[in-house]
Design a protein. Sequence first.
Length: 72
Amino acid sequence: MGTDNTVEKVKGMAKEIAGEAVGDENLEREGEQQQKKAQSEEEAERYEEKAAEKRQEAAGHQGAEKAESMKK
């Protein structure tokens, strides 16, 4: 997942640099957009991972509460 985004960022950088070198603004813009997209996807993955961790914590906490109430 993260590796794919890194590859996309590098490809975007290459397009941006190539666009600058040959004076192709469209290619340059495409490279910039590709980098931004990869960055956004990385951030989304991080948020998804954090949400999954929080769900696990919450499930564990609820399980502990349930076990404690059954002891009474």
